[in-house]
Ligand binder design. Structure first.
Ligand code: NAD
Length: 503
């Protein structure tokens, strides 16, 4: 890159927006601008798609042997390791995370690249041989790259979400255009730079920084894009699906969640069990100020345990240290934007209007930046907006149950279905409840971990398709069945008598 605002990369060239438009990037810890990026538009997007199209149709990447593709992904992982501090700090400032969270994100991004490198390197390249029931037929199903991929990502885990798309897209042999969130584009620009440094052929990786309703919408509808993979909110996700429909491109959607954390009293029958369940409930709800798609924002706790559990949770929530992510001792950063702060305040106000009781937080601290105190709303019920809709802020609602059936019914009473947890010391109950939860990830006596080897995604309105795992690679592929007849003969379905006469 030659200048700060040259954040659009098209076919090997870093450039500013054709219109000359720029956008200031805001540090959410003090609400001041600290970077400037190009504000791309429709023509920038069309140029990027054309470059990705040419690189797919005529370029070397789709035809690069698998071992070389895997080697490039590993080189990218090495470069991420080299630049861990720089990128971690950038992510921390841009997205309002603690520095340690920024570093962990870079490690997880690295893991994704290494995982997909290993996955393709260990595959049988010959395809899947199909038993056609005859020695005269050779039938094989091979996997091919889908083509030009449009990748649209959100602001909460900018680099991580980008890597869950870029790594499998490249592993499968695709070319791509990525549009990061306009709020947090910086680390994705750096990732594209690293891919180029790692030796990715020009045109295979393109980036357009810019808004969703122009750049994102154009990518979703573009006739030369073969697949759109979107991570973000439900409202934008449905727009993407609609825009993609006319060209019948493949669509993958990773949307929101309203994730239940179900705690049975038997999980807390020992002091250690109680401490662990409270600690993890705190982490589930408030890590990254609750701006996590899988945040455990609904505590569903057995009624007999409620008062003890919520009192301790509230005591600990009040001690969470808010501040700039790079400051010593800070445990939680700000919300990402003024809009996200206003949204959180509005949800809390609406909950109080519907009868919720504040047990912790419920207000902004004094000072600059988009901070909001970790908030626990007790006496909630399933019909409240704050229980049904994704707040994407540090707000935990509390509901209670008396029976296992009630707990499951509450946990499944959501239009989403991304993730959920059950806490119990009873093995049979753990198995039963896990089997009945309609969520893409179910944790038993844990919350939040994911594995690159395991598919991630949601039931219901949490999305379509999966990221990570073999299923996450399959999203970026087309299956092709190659059927070979070793002894071709006429089939004589039509006009067999005529042929006989002519003979
Ligand atoms: P968002 O929907 O506002 O934006 C996401 C991306 O879509 C951004 O790049 C945005 O510019 C773009 N966009 C907006 N409108 C568009 C349109 N009409 N066409 C194409 N692109 C458009 O979401 P956000 O506020 O950035 O992120 C928060 C949301 O992301 C939450 O709902 C969260 O749950 C979800 N999320 C889901 C996962 C998951 O794995 N399921 C992971 C992270 C975040």
């Amino acid at each position: 890159m030659t200048a700060a605002q040259q954040t659009i990369h098209v076919g090997g060239e870093w450039r500013a927006a054709l219109s000359g438009a720029t956008r200031e990037i805001i540090d959410p810890a003090d609400a001041t601008a600290f970077a400037v990026v190009a504000e791309g538009g429709v023509q920038d997007t069309d140029d990027a798609v054309a470059a990705a199209r040419a690189a797919f149709d005529d370029g070397s990447w789709p035809r690069t042997p698998v071992a070389e593709r895997a080697a490039l992904l590993r080189r990218a992982a090495d470069l991420l390791k080299r630049d861990r501090e720089r990128i971690g700090a950038l992510e921390s400032q841009d997205a309002g995370k603690t520095l340690e969270e920024g570093r962990i994100d870079v490690d997880c991004v690295r893991d994704a690249f290494l995982y997909f490198a290993d996955l393709i390197a260990n595959e049988d390249g010959g395809g899947r041989v199909v038993d056609a029931g005859s020695d005269e037929i050779r039938s094989v199903v091979v996997q091919e790259p889908v083509g030009v991929c449009a990748l649209i990502t959100p602001w909460n885990y900018p680099l991580l979400q980008a890597s869950w798309k870029i790594a499998p897209a490249l592993a499968a042999g695709n070319t791509f255009v990525i549009k990061p969130s306009e709020i947090t584009p910086l680390s994705t620009v750096v990732l594209v730079e690293l891919l180029l440094e790692a030796g990715l052929p020009l045109g295979a990786a393109n980036i357009v920084t810019g808004p969703g309703d122009t750049v994102g919408a154009r990518l979703a509808e573009h006739p030369d894009v073969d697949l759109v993979s979107f991570t973000g909110g439900l409202v934008s996700g449905t727009k993407v699906a609609r825009a993609a429909a006319d060209s019948v491109k493949k669509v993958a959607l990773e949307l929101g969640g309203k994730n239940p954390n179900v705690v049975f009293a038997d999980a807390c029958s020992t002091p250690e069990g109680f401490d662990t369940a409270v600690d993890q409930a705190l982490n589930a709800a408030f890590v990254h100020s609750g701006q996590v798609c899988s945040a455990g924002s609904r505590l569903i706790v057995e009624a007999s345990l409620r008062e003890r559990f919520v009192a301790e949770l509230a005591r600990r929530a009040a001690h969470i240290r808010l501040g700039r992510g790079t400051d010593e001792g800070v445990e939680c950063g700000p919300l990402v934007s003024a809009a996200q702060l206003a949204r959180t305040e509005e949800y809390v106000a609406s909950a109080l209007g519907e009868g919720a009781v504040v047990r912790a937080g419920g207000e902004r601290p004094a000072g600059a930046g988009y901070f909001y105190r970790p908030t626990i709303l007790d006496r909630c019920h399933r019909r409240m907006r704050v229980v049904r809709e994704e707040v994407f802020g540090p707000v935990l609602t509390v509901e209670t149950f008396d029976t296992e059936d009630e707990a499951v019914a509450l946990a499944n009473d959501t239009e989403y279905g991304l993730a959920g947890a059950v806490w119990t010391a009873n093995e049979d109950r753990a198995r039963r409840v896990a089997a009945r939860l309609r969520h893409g990830t179910v944790w038993i006596n844990d919350f939040h971990p994911y594995l690159p080897q395991a598919e991630w995604g949601g039931f219901g309105k949490s999305g379509i398709g999966r990221e990570l795992g073999p299923g996450g690679l399959a999203e970026y592929r087309e299956s092709k069945h190659i059927y070979r007849n070793l002894t071709p003969r006429p089939v004589r379905w039509f006009a067999g008598e005529t042929h006989k006469d002519q003979a």
